[in-house]
Design a protein around this ligand. Structure first.
Ligand code: ASP
Length: 329
């Protein structure tokens, strides 16, 4: 038997000092195993669609598989908590949307820090929303939908993905603009909500074009308006909410990629580089365009630009949410 002291000296001579400190897998450059991106909503929804396109392409740049994990529920806060509490080793990431700007004000108590629990990697895209309904709802345009909502009130229900979801935010703005309160039905994501809308179980929804474009084109749902200032080339016949009678009604849903607090700047820089590559990828760009969106400029897919934008978004929503008293607890 070789005495321990000699064994260490021998190993050190053969493999160098670092070989003793780290297991073999950790010595290879990052990344050396699959990376998980948590989407804090159900599979098949708009955020999931964005994440899967980006993940596949990032995986090519990083030379490892990047797997999307859906952790839906509580308006995106369950999935965000999972990543805030994960090891900051670059293998657990979060792709989340505008909810990162609203949640810090909407929720007074959370099991994680919604601001300081994360490092930013880069912005991804800003997605328009559409106001849609089950296809047999007796309203043919936005003015008729408003009239119907005012008549039916709580008898009409509005699907969303929980407090903190973009569909929740858009739904709040819509009810305020229509001056009526509907019954809200929360889902783990607007993917399953869309299934119920197509099946006629729920009546109305406001959701991102990454989930609604194909159903609108196929006529599986009725569409009333898009929430951007201009019409979309991908849905040219759909009026803007402004044109259709709700002046100034605008929302777009920005998305960003995050890592747990404490992830090293080197890993964040590597991930940001892979994100930029994904956002230049022809396949990603053309699918984004087809779904009514486009990647952010490369200069915004950086940790710094993302953090600046995110902080400004929190500051933008805080007074609006406070004035509406729209808290989650
Ligand atoms: N992004 C959607 C929302 O915020 C939810 C989802 O992705 O399923 O409503």
């Amino acid at each position: 038997m070789i005495p321990r002291m000699f064994r260490r000296a021998l190993l050190s001579a053969l493999f160098g000092a670092s070989a003793l400190a780290l297991p073999a897998s950790a010595q290879q450059a990052y990344p050396n195993r699959p990376i998980s991106i948590v989407v804090p909503f159900a599979a098949g929804g708009p955020t999931d669609t964005v994440a899967r396109l980006v993940a596949e392409s990032m995986g090519r740049d990083l030379n490892t598989s990047v797997v999307v994990e859906n952790v839906g529920g509580a308006g995106g806060t369950l999935g965000a908590a999972r990543v805030a509490q994960a090891r900051p080793d670059g293998y657990s990431l979060l792709l989340h949307h505008i909810g990162m700007g609203t949640t810090p004000t909407l929720y007074r108590r959370l099991p994680y820090d919604p601001v300081n629990g994360f490092e930013t990697i880069g912005l991804v895209t800003a997605v328009p929303m559409t106001i849609i309904s089950r296809k047999d709802l007796p309203a043919t345009n936005l003015a008729e939908l408003v009239a119907l909502a005012r008549r039916e009130k709580e008898k009409l229900n509005l699907a969303n993905a929980g407090v903190g979801a973009a569909s929740h935010l858009c739904g709040l703005l819509l009810q305020t603009a229509m001056q009526v309160q509907l019954t809200t039905v929360p889902y783990r994501g607007t993917g399953p909500a869309m299934t119920d809308l197509m099946g006629g179980t729920v009546d109305v929804m406001c959701d991102q074009t990454t989930n609604t474009t194909e159903q609108i084109r196929a006529g599986s749902v009725k569409a009333y308006a898009v929430t951007t200032r201009e019409r979309l080339p991908s849905l040219p016949n759909l009026p803007t909410a402004n044109e259709a009678g709700l002046p100034g009604f605008e929302v777009t849903v920005w998305h960003g990629l995050y890592a747990p607090k404490g992830t090293s700047p080197e890993i964040l820089a590597r991930l940001s580089k892979a994100l930029q590559a994904a956002l230049r990828d022809e396949k990603v760009v053309s699918r984004f365009n087809d779904l009514g969106t486009s990647p952010v400029p490369q200069s915004e897919a950086t940790p710094e630009a993302h953090r600046t934008f995110w902080m400004a978004d929190i500051a933008k929503w805080r007074p609006i949410i406070q004035a509406a008293g729209a808290y989650a607890d």
